[in-house]
Design a protein around this ligand. Structure first.
Ligand code: CP
Ligand code: NVA
Length: 309
C-alpha cells in the first residue's frame, strides 16, 4: 500500500461539503441502477472486503452495509466487539494494524469517539463511523437522500426542526445543516442540549442553527420534523429522561404546527408512544421507511467513495 492517508468517513465536519454532495449524487445514481447492481452485472467493489465491528447493537447499519457491499460485488465480515479480542482488551490500535492487513475498509460502531479516532489513526485502510456516542454521520447521509427526494436537491432555505434529546443523531443533524445549508431548529430540554462545541462549529461555518426549549414555537412552518429515542444506547437515568422529554413528543398536534407538506423523519428504532405516536410514524407525513431504505443507498455511496480510485 502507498503511504497516502486513506479516505476515512469519520464525521460530517471531516469530509468537505463538495465530497459529501458527491457521495449523495453517487448514491442516487447507484439507487437508480439498483436492479443491475443486485444481479451483479456491475461489481465495482469486486475483490474488496469490508469488516463491520459492532460494540453496540444494530439492525439497519449492519444489514444495509452488508447488502450494499455485496450488491457492489464485495465481501463483508462482521465482528461482534465482545466476541473478538477487542472485548478482552486488545488495543484498538493493534486491531487496526492487523485488520488493515486483511481487509480494504473498516466500519466501527462504538461508544467513545476516541476509539474511532484511534482506529483511523492506526488503520492503513479507510475507516467508517457506524455511530458513536457523539455522531452518526452515515445516518445523516441517508437522511439527506430522503430530504432531497422529498424537498428537492437544493436544501438551502428549508427548515428542519429536531424535537427531543440533543444526542448523537442530533449532533450530526447540526453538522449536516452546516454542510447542506438548511436551517436547523433544535428543541431540546436544557440539560439535554446538543454539545456547545458542535453548535459553535456549525455557526462558524455560517450555518443557521437556532436553539430553544419550546417545540411548538420551533416547529412552526418547518419542512421536516425529526426526532429520535429518548434513551440512547448507553444512556442512564431513563426515568429522568422520560420526564424531561415528554413535552417534546412528536404527535399530531405538534405536526399540525409544521408546514402542511412537512415530512416526519426518525433514524429508527422508534419507541412508539414515547418520542413519536403511532399516528405520526404511521401517518401520511412519515417518510421513515424511505429513510431506512436510503441507508442502503447511502452506504453504497460512502463505500464507493472510500474505496474508489
Ligand atoms: N438507525 C440506525 O443506525 O439503526 P441501527 O441501530 O439498527 O443500525
Ligand atoms: N441515538 C440512538 C441512535 C440509534 C441508531 C442511539 O445512539 O442509541
Amino acid at each position: 500500500r502507498s503511504g497516502a492517508t486513506p479516505r476515512h468517513f469519520l464525521d460530517l465536519d471531516q469530509v468537505d461539503g463538495a465530497a459529501l454532495t458527491g457521495i449523495l449524487d453517487l448514491a442516487e445514481r447507484l439507487k437508480d441502477q439498483g436492479a443491475a447492481r443486485a444481479v451483479g452485472r456491475d461489481r465495482p467493489l469486486a475483490g474488496k472486503t469490508l469488516v463491520l465491528i459492532f460494540e453496540k447493537n444494530s439492525t439497519r447499519t449492519r444489514v444495509s452495509f452488508e447488502v450494499a457491499m455485496r450488491q457492489l460485488g464485495g465481501d463483508v465480515i462482521v465482528l461482534e466487539g465482545d466476541k473478538s479480542q477487542l472485548g478482552r482488551g486488545e488495543t484498538v490500535a493493534d486491531t487496526a494494524r492487523v485488520l488493515s492487513r486483511y481487509v480494504d475498509a473498516i466500519m466501527i460502531r462504538t461508544s467513545a469517539p476516541e476509539k474511532l479516532a484511534e482506529m483511523a489513526r492506526f488503520a492503513s485502510v479507510p475507516v467508517i463511523n457506524g455511530l458513536t456516542d457523539v455522531a452518526h454521520p452515515c445516518q445523516l447521509m441517508a437522511d439527506m437522500l430522503t430530504l432531497r427526494a422529498h424537498k428537492g436537491a437544493d436544501l438551502r432555505g428549508r427548515v428542519v426542526t429536531w424535537a427531543g434529546d440533543g444526542n448523537n443523531v442530533a449532533q450530526s443533524w447540526v453538522k449536516a445543516a452546516a454542510r447542506f445549508g438548511f436551517e436547523l431548529r433544535l428543541a431540546c430540554p436544557d440539560p439535554l442540549r446538543v454539545d456547545r462545541s458542535v453548535v459553535d462549529w456549525a455557526l462558524a461555518q455560517g450555518a443557521r442553527v437556532v436553539e430553544g426549549t419550546d417545540p411548538e414555537t420551533l416547529v412552526a412552518g418547518a419542512d421536516c420534523v425529526v426526532t429520535d429515542t429518548w434513551v440512547s444506547m448507553g444512556d442512564k437515568d431513563a426515568a429522568d429522561r422520560h420526564n424531561m422529554l415528554r413535552p417534546y413528543q412528536v404527535n399530531e398536534a405538534l405536526m399540525a404546527r409544521a408546514a402542511p407538506d412537512a415530512v416526519f423523519m426518525h433514524c429508527l428504532p422508534a419507541h412508539r408512544g414515547e418520542e413519536v405516536t403511532d399516528a405520526v410514524i404511521d401517518g401520511p407525513q412519515s417518510v421513515v421507511w424511505d429513510e431506512a431504505e436510503n441507508r442502503l443507498h447511502a452506504q453504497k455511496g460512502i463505500l464507493a467513495w472510500c474505496l474508489g480510485d
